[in-house]
Design a protein around this ligand. Structure first.
Ligand SMILES: NC(=O)c1ccc[n+]([C@@H]2O[C@H](COP(=O)([O-])OP(=O)(O)OC[C@H]3O[C@@H](n4cnc5c(N)ncnc54)[C@H](O)[C@@H]3O)[C@@H](O)[C@H]2O)c1
Length: 356
């Protein structure tokens, strides 16, 4: 493989961040951008002095033959755009969620394997210093056996109205759960080594956003604005998951808590109305209970890597990508199980799920 890659980015809202990282990378020789929105093409193109700008994705792939593509378009396009790029010979970094459901995710995984290309899912929270530090502590056994995990991203008010939310269950695959829940589910599963689920029980709600959706002209706003689930793993671990775009609470918080036999941990970022962080460990050593402030004592000593650099590094050095499509599929499968549990008003047995 070459040591500098020609990279394309399709979808330039969140893809604007991908483009900025590629523009700053020593591993990128050339950037091509694509969006149907000409204003975005111009503003991102001008900002990073990118000459190659396309409104037609197929034409871009055929003409430019990029080594790698960042897919940052709405969820309903993840599968087709990813598979087209893989079939055109490119490696792909696909935004989260991997797909709208596990069966689409499985097709993407199969295509990556068939075309012998790398497919990575943009689970960027894994690259936050506190998340990857906690993962390495858990891997080293510092917290003992983890037997309970709670993970949540709860907003007071924050429906992403710019998404294609007309019939959002179809276009996005769901609402707050697949948009925000996917991040905190992935980070919790990753920290704990992806335990195998056994039972999934959950529910979804659309209680606060329907009026605003109507006022904004959405005729069929069917996304959930809150979801809650409990997942029992085969090893007995319980994972509790919460996500909301709108709920009556004090703030917007992203939080993961672990309970282990040797220690516990909390990672909490309050985003709104006032930003703050609490990243702590709660350890018992020789009968003494100790609180450790991760930000003061541990995180400054750890090194973090940018997710886009990790993708490029995996291609150039032929390594396994750090956020694998198998993990992306597993996450989509859990989300499917939660939606199914909500629909059937009962627990879902993991063994009875078909895709994956
Ligand atoms: N990792 C994260 O933290 C994060 C944050 C926000 C969004 N996302 C994900 O990124 C994806 C995009 O989200 P967003 O907020 O940027 O959405 P968005 O709707 O604001 O942007 C999508 C972009 O894709 C373009 N687009 C749509 N159809 C296209 C087509 N056929 N060809 C080329 N371009 C097309 C749109 O014009 C738009 O510029 C979603 O999957 C979302 O879940 C990830």
């Amino acid at each position: 493989m070459k040591n500098k890659l020609k990279v394309a980015v399709v979808g330039l809202t969140v893809g604007g961040g991908h483009t900025a990282n590629y523009a700053a990378s020593d591993s990128v020789s050339e950037i091509v951008i694509c969006d149907i929105d000409k204003a975005k093409l111009e503003s991102i193109g001008d900002k990073h002095s990118i000459a190659k700008r396309y409104t037609d994705y197929d034409l871009m792939l055929e003409t430019e033959k990029p080594d790698a593509v960042s897919v940052a378009v709405p969820n309903f396009l993840h599968k087709t755009f990813t598979i087209k790029a893989l079939e055109a010979g490119a490696h792909v970094l696909c935004e989260k969620p991997m797909a709208r459901n596990a069966s689409e995710a499985e097709e993407m995984l199969n295509s990556a394997q068939k075309n012998n290309r790398k497919l990575m899912i943009n689970f960027n929270q894994r690259f936050q210093p506190e998340v990857h530090t906690l993962k390495s502590l858990v891997d080293k056994g510092k917290l003992g056996d983890i037997y309970r995990i709670s993970t949540s991203w709860m907003r007071r008010r924050g429906v992403p109205w710019w998404y294609p939310l007309e019939n959002g269950l179809e276009t996005c695959g769901g609402g707050a759960l697949i948009d925000l829940g996917v991040h905190v589910l992935d980070r919790a599963m990753w920290i704990c080594g992806f335990p195998e689920p056994e039972w999934v029980l959950g529910n979804t709600f659309r209680k606060l956003s329907s009026n605003e959706a109507r006022e904004r002209g959405f005729k069929n706003f069917n996304s959930e604005d809150m979801a809650v689930a409990m997942i029992r793993m085969k090893n007995g671990t319980i994972l509790e998951l919460e996500a909301s775009w709108a709920s009556n609470r004090e703030n917007e918080t992203v939080k993961t808590r672990l309970y282990g036999t040797l220690g516990g941990a909390i990672l909490e970022s309050v985003i709104n109305p006032v930003k703050s962080k609490t990243n702590k460990l709660f350890i018992e050593t020789n009968g003494e209970l100790k609180d450790i402030d991760m930000d003061e004592e541990i995180i400054p000593k750890t090194v973090s890597v940018n997710i886009r650099e990790a993708f490029l590094d995996a291609i150039i050095n032929d390594k396994e990508v750090p956020c694998t499509p198998q993990q992306g599929l597993q996450i989509n499968k859990i989300l499917d199980a939660i939606y199914l549990s909500a629909k059937t008003a009962g627990p879902v047995n993991w063994q009875n799920l078909s895709a994956g």
